[in-house]
Design a protein around this ligand. Structure first.
Ligand SMILES: Nc1ncnc2c1ncn2[C@@H]1O[C@H](COP(=O)(O)OP(=O)(O)OP(=O)(O)O)[C@@H](O)[C@H]1O
Length: 329
């Protein structure tokens, strides 16, 4: 079965309810999203850019789905995250940037329940929660797409998308239901580059693999998807496709966190930029309000003009993660 052929919903922008699948359709998990903005099709949303996506059509500010406050994390004597605040909102791409060793992956692992943090608050829809395992994160609707993608080469796209969470009808796998849901999900994300969902992953390009990993992440009632350098190993055309897919995720109401070292990608797709510097959140700003140069300065020195950490931040310039000052909380 092809991934997209033969699944045209109503024409984009047509009156009436959004199509069940095809461009403009919510993906299968979207019905769980509580926020009205989350259920809008991309045609309904305020056009992105200059901070527009942080507002719902009724003019109300979108509440962060994820709100981290004062997160500290040490590995033994090495303190990696210092008093980090971080938010992610539905309908927005938040780029998480920072130099090598700044703490991006560590922060993402705290978000995904892989690393317990030492102190700080983890708010989900404004409510304090405990996320102490990947299972707990998944239960909230958090999916992390790591750089290695964790796909099985010898399995096909459907098998990979449902790996470990297979659908069953009685004692047997419900291949038809899984295949249909895989097709629907890819189609709802306007993915048309896959010939068949029964292709083995070993036969896919880097961009197609990334697409499968992202589609797998949104299959499970996801509300927040974290993408760790999704375009790191891709060429120009495939990078463009993946960035468009990243944008579509947000336009369908997901909160998306994008780790990237590539400023062009960051500015092409993000609504906000969170810059980590030596384990501290230097600034979290609207993309429309900063320049490339300012973001590079935030990454390399922790401040730019009025933006960023105060000069007397107690982090030695040029240092990597600094030693913790006391026992982990
Ligand atoms: N499990 C660990 N044990 C000890 N130190 C760690 C561990 N994981 C990360 N670190 C340290 O934490 C610091 C931040 O690492 P992290 O991988 O979070 O940075 P990053 O911003 O993702 O970097 P990069 O862009 O290079 O991937 C580094 O100094 C790293 O050596």
């Amino acid at each position: 079965m092809t991934a997209a052929a033969g699944h045209g919903g109503p024409a984009a922008g047509a009156a009436g309810p959004p199509p069940a699948y095809g461009p403009g359709a919510p993906w299968p998990g979207a019905s769980r999203l509580p926020n009205a903005a989350a259920r809008l099709t991309s045609q309904d949303r305020v056009p992105r850019g200059r901070g527009a996506a942080q507002w719902e059509p009724n003019g109300m500010s979108v509440t962060p789905v994820l709100d981290l406050r004062g997160i500290d994390k040490s590995f033994g004597p090495v303190k990696v995250l210092h008093d980090v605040d971080f938010t992610a909102r539905p309908g927005e791409v938040t780029a998480l940037v920072g130099d090598n060793g700044a703490g991006k992956t560590t922060l993402v692992k705290c978000i995904g329940g892989i690393h317990p943090f030492d102190s700080g608050r983890y708010l989900w829809d404004g409510v304090p929660v405990r996320v102490d395992s990947p299972r707990a994160a998944a239960a909230l609707g958090i999916e992390v797409v790591h750089q290695d993608l964790a796909l099985c080469e010898n399995l096909d796209i459907v098998q990979n998308m449902f790996l470990g969470r297979e659908r069953r009808r009685g004692p047997v796998l419900d291949e038809t239901a899984m295949e249909e849901l895989a097709v629907t999900t890819l189609s709802a994300l306007s993915v048309r580059t896959m010939k068949s969902v029964r292709q083995r992953v070993s036969a896919l390009s880097g961009g197609q693999r990334q697409t499968v990993a992202i589609a797998r992440a949104v299959l499970w009632d996801s509300r927040l998807v974290v993408l760790d350098e999704p375009a790191a190993a891709l060429g120009v055309a495939q990078t463009q496709q993946v960035l468009e897919l990243v944008r579509r995720l947000a336009d369908k109401g997901l909160a998306v966190v994008l780790i990237s070292h590539n400023m062009n990608d960051v500015f092409a797709v993000s609504d906000r930029i969170a810059a980590l510097y030596l384990g501290r959140m230097a600034a979290q700003v609207s993309t429309s309000e900063v320049t490339h140069t300012q973001v590079v300065e935030l990454i390399t020195s922790g401040r730019s003009g009025d933006l960023g950490l105060p000069r007397d931040a107690d982090t030695p310039p040029g240092a990597g993660a600094e030693p913790a000052r006391g026992p982990a909380a």
